[in-house]
Write a protein that binds this ligand. Sequence first.
Ligand SMILES: [Zn+2]
Length: 189
Amino acid sequence: MPNDNHGAQSGDHSLNVGVGDFRGANVNISHTERPTFTPEQLHIQRHPALGGRSLDSNNVSIFGYITGLASLIGLYFALFQPAMGWQSSWTTGFMFSFLVAVMAVVMSAVLRRRKFEHFLGSRHYLEISLSGRLRINRLTAQCPWCGSLMHLRHVGPKEGPRDDLFLCERNPRQHTIQLDPTALPELED
Ligand SMILES: [Zn+2]
């Protein structure tokens, strides 16, 4: 029996520390244990998209409320007041603009709390600055293992939870770092 355990297993049924050898035993070293790095160690950099343009989050909310209200009024006339001559094909348009309005309101509310949210595609992030302005940024870092460039990506299964990971350009499978957005320096104007 190659996997025989030769250690003493007796004890008083309290906490027993087995003294013995573990020849043939499988020792699992967890590969998920990762060292943590500070944003300074990673040389995290923000790269503004849209030429650094920003929006006041209050204006986004106001835009959302006004558009939402207008869409609802339009929807009401298109659906229930056919005598007014509003074509029913407009219904789809009003429903769409209502959706956009709700998204604008929800997004600015969520961002005020989280300050950081994945936005478009797999590498653009919506951030809110100290004075409440919305910006779209890409984030890069320097790989602490090999020094290559890393890109922040929103990755994961289609239906499952997704992570925001810095992926190394040279070894994107093993050199990954999970971002804690609260560790990022505040976004100045
Ligand atoms: Zn690397």
